[in-house]
Design a protein around this ligand. Structure first.
Ligand SMILES: Nc1nc2c(ncn2[C@@H]2O[C@H](COP(=O)(O)OP(=O)(O)O)[C@@H](O)[C@H]2O)c(=O)[nH]1
Ligand SMILES: [Mg+2]
Length: 249
């Protein structure tokens, strides 16, 4: 169960997309939830928007401001390090556009309760009938290709490494996995999972298959205004190769 959880929300030029109403609703629904909104050197009105929201939250929403744009990976890493000091039992990150609705925390919580040994819970966009996984078809196909390559790279039967909703047990292993900056800008998720896999194997003798739980989402939506472009897909492939070569060493 996720009794206490601090979610890091990386925000880069999110003034138009940030929906304070939906975040506020989640705070009402999940009493143990806190938010850390990281403004990643935005050049729009993000700072004002998130500060105004934090001011209404009775201390449950904090903001962190990076002077310059450092990229999602670094904004999440710095935010998660900060969140580890919040005292919450779990810390995670969640995309600001709420492509994964925060209602999914119910599923995350149920998964944690079902798997007593879970140390990481990651959202998984499995397109099944009866669920609302609303993904642009091109991105779906490219995403499935990438996910397969990522699974091979990690040597882990993971279905979806790239969903922007992930939650981790706030422990020393996570702290150490966040120590070094990530080499990749967009696929730091893969790097983080690899670091955790290696650390779990070293400290417990068991791999991520024992601790990592994928949570199939009931709903997920491609939200307009994404800053990911076609060339990022190519770059992600190159970054996978780097991660792969590191594993071989
Ligand atoms: N920190 C940071 N976050 C970013 C950057 N670009 C996007 N994000 C954040 O990363 C999350 C996902 O971004 P989005 O553009 O929706 O990407 P997509 O959903 O993967 O297409 C959002 O919370 C963004 O605010 C960036 O350069 N820096
Ligand atoms: Mg998005």
């Amino acid at each position: 169960m996720l009794e206490t959880l601090t979610l890091v929300v990386p925000c880069y030029n999110e003034a138009n997309r940030f929906d304070a109403g939906r975040f506020g609703e989640a705070l009402g629904r999940f009493p143990g939830l806190q938010l850390l909104l990281v403004n990643d050197g935005s050049s729009d009105g993000t700072e004002a928007v998130i500060s105004a929201f934090a001011a209404t939250s009775a201390g449950r929403v904090r903001t962190l401001s990076l002077a310059q744009n450092r990229g999602k990976a670094e904004a999440v890493r710095v935010g998660m390090q900060d969140a580890l000091g919040s005292g919450a039992a779990w810390v995670g990150f969640w995309d600001a556009d709420l492509a994964t609705p925060l209602e999914a925390l119910e599923e995350f919580s149920a998964a944690a309760a079902r798997h007593g040994e879970a140390r990481a819970l990651i959202g998984s966009r499995v397109r099944l009938l009866g669920r609302e996984i609303d993904r642009n078809p091109v991105r779906h196909v490219l995403g499935r290709m990438f996910a397969t390559a990522a699974s091979v790279t990690l040597d882990l039967p993971v279905y979806d490494t790239q969903c922007g909703a992930k939650i981790f047990l706030a422990d020393e292993t996570l702290r150490s996995a966040l120590q070094e900056p990530f080499a990749s800008r967009w696929i730091f998720d893969v790097e983080l999972l690899q670091r955790l896999d290696t650390a779990w194997l070293r400290t417990t003798g068991r791999r991520a298959t024992a601790y990592l739980i994928e949570v199939p989402l009931l709903a997920w939506q491609d939200v307009k205004g994404s800053s990911v472009r076609g060339r990022d897909f190519l770059r992600a492939g190159a970054e996978l190769a780097v991660i792969r070569s590191r594993r071989a060493r």
